[in-house]
Design a protein around this ligand. Structure first.
Ligand code: AMP
Length: 375
């Protein structure tokens, strides 16, 4: 157990993308010094932080130097070498530990962990050879999804298999990566819960978000989710159970599938603030980023208060210009831009938060702009 940080102490964040940037903004608000480690000198988080070590994430010497310079170390993504993180525990406090990283960066470990604590996941098989693929397909059947066990995000590193004809794509993925074959979950909705826990086991659990993906990339989050109170309760309970089993410190984003008969399956875990939790910045009494910093700084965790119903919509690279034109017309909408260097297609470059009294009307208003139907 470590003492709560004081203003003037330093929080180091590995990764300087938009999540690191929003963490840094929360940390600055609370009076902490913020250091970033990122390969890009001009990364979003560097724009709001005190200093940056510009180095690759695999650069062990740079990681050690970073750890020596900070009071507490945290991260904005899960693809950090868990062994390197463990070595750094002598040099700085790492309240989140390395275990949560090692579980969540590997889909097989993550699924096995979830099964072991008795929460529902889609049927799955480890697939490393074409023979294993054939055997797994026999067990699981079509449709199913083949995913790389590591480094997948926004639908990258995965293929949906609908019939024998798709096996060719699958073989190509297996040739390069260790994979997991997952049964298709015929979901009626996708949901997520952000839970943030400190070392004393106190947790801030945010309301369930309903998430709509387009081309496997999060498009909209709607809160409150349009689900029954019973489903909401189930999702929140599962979140608490997972966090307790992990002895979580910091933030966990939990993605769920909801089926028509109101069963929930866990899709995946992210040991960090999550895109579907961005709504908390304007719509909740504290944001997921504030909560994360509080947790790693050893502060008590408050009960969040939802201040308004809300819709969050992502802005991708190809939507930059249109979103700026929209900003002229929608003074009530909160436009966030991450300060990334290139507006590449399908790259998340910002988001908009819309507080609302009428979710359906707001969803229609977003659709009527025509911006998001172009992509
Ligand atoms: P993931 O990277 O695992 O979060 O997958 C990205 C998206 O693909 C999810 O948000 C779902 O929309 C879809 N997807 C992934 N796995 C499944 C599955 N087993 N059944 C149905 N849809 C899935």
């Amino acid at each position: 157990m470590y003492k709560a940080l004081k203003p003037g102490d330093t929080i180091g964040i590995i990764g300087g993308g938009q999540l690191g940037k929003m963490m840094a903004q929360s940390a600055k608000k609370m009076g902490f010094i913020v250091g970033i480690l990122d390969p890009n000198q001009n990364c979003p988080a560097a724009q709001v932080s005190d200093w940056i070590i510009c180095a690759e994430y695999a650069d062990k010497e740079a990681l050690r130097e970073f750890a020596r310079k900070v009071t507490v170390l945290t991260f904005e993504f899960e693809n950090i070498d868990a062994a390197a993180l463990r070595e750094m525990e002598d040099l700085s406090a790492i309240p989140q530990g390395s275990e949560v990283i090692s579980i969540t960066q590997d889909r097989i470990k993550e699924k096995r962990f979830l099964e072991s604590i008795g929460v529902s996941v889609a049927a799955f098989e480890l697939v490393e050879t074409t023979d294993q693929l054939t055997a797994a397909l026999e067990k699981i059947g079509y449709p199913c999804v083949l995913k790389t066990t590591r480094f997948g995000y926004d639908g990258k590193g995965q293929v949906v298999l609908k019939s024998e004809a798709d096996k060719e794509w699958a073989a190509a993925l297996i040739a390069e990566n260790s994979c997991i074959l997952e049964a298709w979950v015929p979901f009626s909705k996708e949901l997520s819960v952000m839970i943030v826990r400190n070392q004393r086991g106190e947790a801030t659990i945010f309301p369930v978000s309903e998430n709509i993906h387009v081309n496997n990339i999060l498009h909209e989050s709607i809160v409150p989710a349009r689900i029954s109170p019973i489903v909401s309760e189930k999702a929140l309970e599962a979140a608490q159970q997972i966090a307790d089993a992990l002895q979580l410190v910091g933030t966990l984003g939990i993605e769920f599938f909801l089926t028509k008969d109101d069963n929930i399956f866990i899709n995946e875990l992210a040991p960090r603030p999550h895109n579907s939790g961005h709504y908390t910045i304007e719509a909740v009494s504290l944001s997921q980023f504030d909560a994360h910093i509080r947790a790693v700084a050893g502060l008590p965790m408050p009960k969040p208060r939802l201040l308004s119903a809300v819709v969050m919509v992502n802005i991708l690279g190809q939507q930059m210009e249109d979103s700026l034109a929209l900003r002229e017309k929608k003074a009530e909408w909160s436009f966030h831009y991450y300060g990334k260097e290139g507006n590449y297609p399908n790259r998340k470059i910002g988001h908009i938060t819309i507080l609302t009294n009428d979710v359906e009307e707001t969803l229609k208003e977003i659709e009527d702009t025509g911006i998001w139907s172009k992509s």
